[in-house]
Design a binder for this molecule. Structure first.
Ligand code: NAD
Length: 237
């Protein structure tokens, strides 16, 4: 139904949270899945490569390993991300750079080494995992919001360039989701956020995964490119 059977798809940050839910959903749809992360184990049914998305060279090597093991890559999900929160007037240049390096430069390193292969094959789908914060901004997350807004510009431009080669590029902008990224939120802050979400709760990682898989699918979303899909329970921030 999704047309993803035997398609080779790479997910960055696929060992836990949203990335892991994407990996597991793709496995159920019989895709050939590889995931790239720094540490920790994820699904044992998929091909795991340890690499740091902040390193162009490591990512180049990772893509070569994946193509040698699984075949030609069709899709990439740029999901790896971090936060280093704090008020802007207290943000150090290290906190700024770390977030931009993983979230935005990491997305470049996760697509640039493989994009020409997709163009040559005239087929591909790239999905960037941005955030509700990338569209709306958030107190204490200036660095994170800047990195996630950057992904939207990257994706919309790549969509325009890739279209002539049938390579689509889209963004998922999740709202607050139950993962290790949000589990440290103080109860009071979490409660305030729940109250602002019409559906009254955080997303489950699986709910974000469905939308990622939809954008990867050459059947379901073949005419969608340059788009941002919000999956946030109606949260308008
Ligand atoms: N959880 C939320 O509320 C939420 C909301 C909106 C967007 N997002 C975004 O969704 C994505 C996944 O977040 P999550 O909540 O599952 O977080 P998570 O912390 O559970 O997972 C992050 C993943 O990124 C990987 N990673 C981090 N730095 C890396 C690096 N340098 N190289 C390779 N891999 C690296 C980790 O290994 C891990 O697999 C992130 O981009 C995040 O910004 C999360």
């Amino acid at each position: 139904m999704f047309g993803l059977k035997d398609k080779v798809i790479v997910v960055t940050g696929g060992n836990r949270g949203i990335g892991r839910a994407v990996v597991e959903r793709l496995e159920k749809l019989d895709a050939k899945v590889a995931y790239i992360n720094l540490d920790g184990e994820g699904s044992t049914s998929s091909f795991q490569v340890k690499a740091d998305v902040t390193s162009y060279i490591q990512m180049e090597v990772a893509f070569k390993k994946i193509e040698a093991e699984l075949g030609s890559i069709y899709g990439v999900v740029c999901n790896a991300g971090i936060t280093r929160d704090g008020f802007y007037h207290k943000t150090t240049s290290d906190q700024w750079s770390e977030v931009i390096d993983v979230n935005l430069n990491g997305a470049y390193n996760s697509t640039r080494p493989i994009i020409e292969n997709l163009y040559i094959r005239k087929e591909g789908s790239i999905v960037f995992v941005s955030s509700i914060v990338g569209e709306n901004g958030n107190i204490g997350q200036v660095n994170y919001a800047a990195s996630k807004a950057g992904l939207i510009g990257l994706s919309k431009s790549l969509a325009k360039e890739g279209a002539r080669n049938n390579v689509r590029s889209n963004v998922i902008a999740p709202g607050f989701t139950e993962t290790s990224m949000t589990e440290t939120l103080p109860e009071k802050v979490a409660e305030k956020i729940y109250n602002a979400i019409p559906l009254g709760r955080f997303a489950k990682p699986e709910e974000i995964a469905w939308s990622v898989v939809y954008l990867l699918s050459p059947v379901m979303s073949s005419f969608i490119t340059g788009e941002v899909i919000r999956v946030n329970g109606g949260h308008l921030m």
